[in-house]
Ligand binder design. Structure first.
Ligand code: GAR
Length: 198
């Protein structure tokens, strides 16, 4: 059984895709042992509770400095003893200590085709705003391992999505989620659980 911890910051639709994937068998042999949010108001925490999953909020606001927040985050993750950490819309920089403690065991979903529209400052809606501003005809999503850079780790899966002429950042974000993120994130976890190659 693959034990996963899912880290979230907001709505948690990717968390929901993982919960649904486990329930309907698209993700084999996997258990979500905990959900961690940096934001107490995240709807993702509700989704965890509704599904009987242990959930915690570790917010930087509750710690006097970044180092103490990082320590608390890593301690909480370690308590769950996960095989894999899934960043599902977790908009916090992962502490280097955590990356060193879990080499090639942290994956992230990013809402573009890396190396386009990624790196520092590219997250959430900003990614889609930048894609529309540049006028790309195709965008998508990427699942990658997390290393010490921002969106620089080895790529596991990508899926492309067409941009429509009348897209707004919000309509594009929604289509990238539906057609790409909610598909490839469960797929990547399933392949890791099955110990398949990418
Ligand atoms: C998703 O679009 C995810 O790809 C993005 O945040 C959103 C979270 O939505 N992540 C990043 O931009 C990371 N750089 P969700 O809370 O509904 O899953």
């Amino acid at each position: 059984m693959l034990r996963i911890v899912v880290c979230v910051s907001g709505g948690g639709t990717n968390l929901q895709a993982i919960i649904d994937g486990i329930a309907d068998g698209r993700i084999a042999d996997t258990q979500i042992v905990g959900v961690i949010s940096n934001n107490a108001g995240a709807f993702a925490l509700e989704r965890a509770k509704l599904n009987g999953i242990d959930a915690a909020c570790i917010s930087p606001r509750d710690y006097e400095d970044r180092a103490s927040f990082h320590r608390a985050l890593l301690e909480r993750v370690n308590e769950y003893a996960p095989d894999l950490i899934v960043l599902a819309g977790f908009l916090v920089t992962i502490p280097p200590e955590m990356i060193r403690a879990y080499p090639n065991r942290i994956i992230n979903i990013h809402p573009s085709l890396i190396p386009s529209f990624c790196g520092v400052g590219y997250y959430g809606l900003k990614v889609h705003e930048a894609a529309l501003k540049r006028g790309v005809k195709v965008t998508g999503a990427t699942v990658h391992f997390v290393d010490e850079g921002t969106d620089t780790g080895p790529i596991l899966l990508q899926k492309s999505v067409k941009v429509h002429e009348d897209d707004t950042p919000k309509t594009l974000q929604r289509r990238v989620m539906e057609e790409a993120e909610w598909v490839i994130l469960p797929q990547a976890i399933d392949r890791i659980a099955r110990k398949e190659r990418f």
